[in-house]
Design a protein around this ligand. Structure first.
Ligand code: A2P
Length: 268
């Protein structure tokens, strides 16, 4: 259906997931994930570095859903132990015997160093798919060049303001799905004048405008919220459509065009 994106290895990634970056481990995280699953989310995005995999696992069990119904992503924290051992620890915390997607959290420390271990984690069945996060075009090419099993996903900060068109196009050409974290600009884009104007014109919320912009480009998004009403609202973007004109106005907010990765950072 129109709510998932097929990965190069055949995996099926739901276009909207709940992101739990900066959600503290414990009741707040368990509740957010529970509310998301109750609302119909079938995709949860966590990481070893977030320190809340235990809560994600608890919510998954409390929901009563079958493990196979939910797409779970976690991320290898480079610089710690190797990806295989780290995956074993993640799986223990999550209380599951596999994740759907396992990403190298960032390229620092050597973009290719973790990759053989990531492939081994996939061979062992600890994860269905493997990918990367925060990689630029050159870093992605380095991994692809040495990979037996190429990355299926590159998860990066992505919104109309951080619209890395070159990176997105390079990913599409390479068969890598670009996945958007911080699709609301960590909340800072909700007050943007253009976003607010389009929200007024359509009767949707600014969050829905921003999420629909990405999803209409078939880009998966993982908005973060710890509020039930917002979690529910952020999934209600499949029966709405932005006009070409509104999409173009949002595209024009791009501040990353032609800038190097280091320069991009100043916009946030
Ligand atoms: P909260 O968690 O308090 O609900 P991003 O996904 O880009 O990182 O943005 C996350 C930020 O946006 C969080 O501060 C979150 O606040 C806020 N947020 C998420 N969804 C909504 C929404 N529908 N309306 C208003 N704020 C939202």
């Amino acid at each position: 259906d129109g709510t998932t994106r097929t990965l190069a290895d055949g995996g099926s990634l739901p276009l909207v997931g709940l992101g739990v970056w900066q959600v503290p481990d414990g009741r707040a995280c368990v509740d957010a994930v529970r509310w998301a699953l109750d609302a119909g989310y079938r995709h949860i995005d966590t990481a070893q570095a977030y320190g809340n995999e235990t809560s994600v696992g608890k919510a998954l069990r409390e929901s009563g859903l079958d493990r196979a119904e939910v797409f779970i992503t976690t991320k290898f924290h480079p610089g710690g132990s190797d990806p295989v051992r780290a995956a074993e620890q993640s799986l223990r915390r999550l209380g599951t015997d596999y994740v759907d997607l396992y990403l190298v959290h960032w390229p620092q420390g050597g973009p290719t160093r973790a990759w053989p271990g990531m492939e081994r984690a996939a061979e062992l069945g600890y994860t269905r798919s493997i990918g990367v996060s925060n990689f630029d075009v050159a870093e992605l090419a380095e991994v692809t060049a040495i990979a037996d099993r190429p990355p299926t996903v590159n998860q990066v900060s992505f919104s109309p303001v951080t619209f890395r068109r070159e990176l997105w196009e390079a990913c599409e050409r390479a068969g890598v799905v670009l996945e958007a974290y911080s699709p609301l600009g960590t909340g800072r884009l909700l007050g943007d004048q253009t976003v607010k104007a389009i929200a007024d014109e359509t009767g949707w919320t600014p969050a829905q405008v921003l999420l629909r912009w990405a999803v209409q480009k078939r880009i998966p998004v993982i908005p973060k919220s710890v509020h039930r009403e917002r979690i529910e609202q952020n999934l209600r973007i499949f029966d709405i459509e932005l006009s070409d004109e509104a999409m173009a106005r949002l595209d024009a907010l791009d501040r990353t065009h032609g800038t190097a990765k280091a320069q991009e950072r100043k916009w946030w």
